[in-house]
Design a protein around this ligand. Structure first.
Ligand code: GDP
Ligand code: MG
Length: 350
């Protein structure tokens, strides 16, 4: 990992974490306060004593689209940090899910699905950002969906791994085991095993039901190095409040729209402020790519947009523990998925 992603701690030689930019410390404090629903974060979390055998590290979660990577990250963290949907390519950018316990801090890197047919610049960026993380991780979780037979994309990732992972431990996560049938389970699992050479251990799990998730965690812990905490113990993700709000709106869009429309939508939160009456006001723009997509997203008499807003507002209120007033607008940004400037504005390209 780079210095920026892996900040120094006060315990490390050289002392006062000079490499950590101010802005990181500030956003960390904001997220913590937000997720706790409290005031400022404790300033001295780095000074807290840890057990001598404390472990920590970065765990990359990779796999083809829709296998349940984000669901698994949420299950491992124990809280929802990533949006989930039955549609492929829900996760557009890498994000962290941080799990802190007395004896460890595991930082999961949820990634967009790896596939070999990106159709636009955004798709290419998504795949590249997932592949790029492999050599930086301490442990790699290669997630597959055992409810269906292995496909060419799983094989593609399996071939990519040894070269990119070098000496890094790989855990082969056989997800959606709740969908297996007893008669065919053995043959299905064997067809997945055939993808990977002997160096990877496998674990059947159901991320959705939580089956074997803690067992998987203990295998991850066996492979994590000794190390300090990199984030305060209450911080669950690296996303800002605005980013989380935008993702929750996008999750509602994914839930209610079909075919090309959900993938053509980007969400930009433009207002995010607590009003004097205690209500959180969130204003967000939904970008679509074509004029023809606008009426679909708005719906008859604004019906669709209302539905999306109501679902996102409920999730937001649950998260902030407060009343939320959510306002949504729909705008056309032609071909935004291919435009570097638009992608940068959305935080989808560096
Ligand atoms: P990602 O694209 O790999 O991040 O996949 P998501 O986490 O968004 O999940 C894709 C779909 O698979 C969603 O509808 C999830 O509810 C579903 N899913 C995830 N894990 C499981 C599981 O263990 N069992 C079942 N039956 N469905 C799952
Ligand atoms: Mg995902």
């Amino acid at each position: 990992m780079t210095e920026k992603q892996r900040p120094l701690t006060n315990d490390e030689p050289g002392g006062r974490a000079p490499a950590q930019p101010e802005v990181d410390a500030e956003s960390a404090a904001l997220i913590e306060a937000f997720l706790r629903g409290e005031g400022a974060a404790s300033a001295d979390w780095r000074a807290e004593p840890l057990p001598p055998d404390h472990k920590s590290g970065f765990v990359a979660v990779i796999g083809r689209p829709n296998v349940g990577k984000s669901t698994l990250v949420n299950a491992l963290v124990g809280q929802k940090v990533a949006i989930v949907s039955p549609k492929p390519q829900t996760t557009r950018r890498r994000l962290l899910g941080i799990r802190t316990r007395p004896d460890h801090q595991a930082i999961f890197i949820d990634t967009p699905g790896i596939h070999d047919r990106p159709l636009h610049r955004l798709g290419t960026q998504m795949v590249e950002s997932a592949v790029a993380i492999i050599p930086d991780a301490d442990v790699i979780l290669f997630v597959v969906d055992v409810s269906v037979p292995p496909g060419p994309e799983d094989a593609h990732i399996a071939r990519l791994l040894p070269a990119k992972a070098e000496a890094r431990p790989v855990l082969f996560v056989l997800n959606k085991m709740d969908q297996l049938r007893l008669e065919t389970a053995q043959a299905r699992i064997e067809s997945y095993w055939a993808l990977l050479p002997g160096y990877a251990d496998s674990m059947p799990v159901s991320a959705l039901r939580g089956t074997n998730v803690e067992r998987l965690m203990s295998h991850i812990l066996d492979r994590l190095p000794a190390g300090p905490r990199y984030y305060p113990d209450t911080q669950l993700t690296d996303q800002t409040e605005r980013q989380i709000a935008a993702e929750l709106v996008r999750e509602a869009v994914l839930r209610y729209t079909q075919q090309e429309v959900p993938h053509a939508v980007a969400v930009l939160v433009e207002h995010y402020e607590e009003r004097p009456n205690g209500v959180l006001y969130v204003g967000a723009t939904l970008w679509v790519e074509k004029e023809s997509q606008r009426p679909i997203l708005i719906g008859k008499g604004g019906e669709m947009l209302k539905r999306i807003g109501a679902a996102a507002r409920k999730e937001l209120e649950r998260m902030v523990g407060n009343q939320v007033y959510l306002e949504l607008w729909v705008k056309v940004r032609p071909d935004w998925r291919n435009r570097p400037r638009d992608l940068r504005e959305l935080g989808l390209e560096e």
